[in-house]
Design a protein around this ligand. Structure first.
Ligand SMILES: Cc1cc2nc3c(=O)[nH]c(=O)nc-3n(C[C@H](O)[C@H](O)[C@H](O)COP(=O)(O)OP(=O)(O)OC[C@H]3O[C@@H](n4cnc5c(N)ncnc54)[C@H](O)[C@@H]3O)c2cc1C
Length: 288
């Protein structure tokens, strides 16, 4: 099928993007890598009279460090996140989650901003943002604002972004000393969206003991949004075994039955993936 007719706009400055979004409101949609939007338009699952292509906008792509954060511009491609040594060193979880996104052809075009703004509940990057307490940078003609990742995702393909707003970048905290990270997911085939996945970040306490200072677990593919398993995180910090933490995470999610997997299956797999991911992350954190 082909998309319904639309007018394409190719602004080169952020101010032009904001003006177009303000002018056309609900009739306009931002086009980034097109890896989710274009199939939806072609299948006529959605239609917009105006597409505002942000690929040429100066300054919207790129990676920079500032005051303990790594800032990733919205149109930075997945492929860059996967390969840039700075990302591997400063935000390992982001670098490690990215190869799980689709196939390399998709990662060549798809963008971080697109993945986050699209808010697919089975996508990796929203879960990474949630686990790391990332900050979303948002702009419109009304001004700029920042939104914490925990407040950003509202439901399947739904975020707090208004039709006139554009995501300009995401800030991730630079890894702390003695921290470890892991990504685990189950998909039917490599490149498919995950049926269930987990990303985790832990920081080991100073000294030789087993104490952890921080534990973050975000699950995806288990509900309308990525989910922080806060009860499981607390249990881990209080010294529970990995098996107990896995069970706690499985019990606090609310997955649904769908064409791809039953809720029961998702819950069971989530518990196992949490154990596996935490085992690796904790080992990495303790190695220092
Ligand atoms: C076969 C296939 C498999 C895939 N598998 C996975 C997978 O396993 N995991 C995964 O995470 N993704 C997967 N994807 C999706 C892929 O990651 C997309 O790149 C991503 O979801 C959207 O990024 P994009 O830049 O292509 O955005 P687009 O498709 O251009 O846009 C997606 C949505 O985000 C909005 N948007 C984009 N950028 C902005 C912005 N800066 N500000 C405001 N709104 C914006 C658009 O308006 C649109 O609503 C897959 C896609 C395909 C086709």
């Amino acid at each position: 099928m082909k998309p319904a007719p639309f007018e394409w706009h190719g602004p080169e400055r952020l101010e032009e993007v904001l003006a177009l979004l303000a002018e056309y409101g609900d009739d306009a949609k931002v086009l980034a890598g097109g890896q989710s939007l274009v199939p939806m338009l072609a299948l006529r699952l959605t239609r917009f009279d105006h597409l505002v292509d942000v690929n040429r906008v100066e300054g919207l792509a790129g990676i920079s460090r500032l005051d303990g954060w790594l800032r990733v511009g919205a149109t930075t491609r997945h492929r860059v996140l996967e390969r840039d040594p700075q990302v591997h060193e400063a935000v390992p979880l982001l670098a490690r989650a990215t190869p799980h996104v689709g196939h390399f052809q998709i990662r060549n075009r798809g963008t971080l901003g697109g993945a986050v703004a699209h808010a697919d509940p089975a996508a990796e990057h929203p879960a990474v943002a949630l686990a790391l307490d990332a900050v979303m940078e948002v702009s419109s003609v009304r001004g700029a604002r920042e939104v914490a990742a925990r407040d950003f995702f509202e439901g399947t393909w739904a975020t707090v972004l208004s039709p006139d707003e554009v995501l300009t970048g995401v800030r991730f905290p630079i890894r702390a000393e003695r921290s470890g990270f892991a990504v685990e997911e189950v998909a039917r085939r490599h490149g498919d969206f995950a049926l269930v996945g987990v990303v985790c970040a832990v920081t080991a306490g100073a000294g030789a003991g087993d104490r952890l200072d921080r534990a973050a677990l975000a699950l995806f593919g288990v509900g309308g949004t990525p989910v922080r398993a806060t009860t499981a995180e607390r249990a881990l910090l209080e010294g529970a075994s990995l098996e107990e933490v896995g069970m706690a995470a499985a019990n606090e999610i609310d997955p649904v039955d769908d064409l791809h997997a039953s809720a029961r299956y998702r819950r069971k797999v989530a518990g196992v993936l949490v154990q596996r991911a935490l085992g690796r992350a904790i080992e990495e954190a303790r190695r220092g």
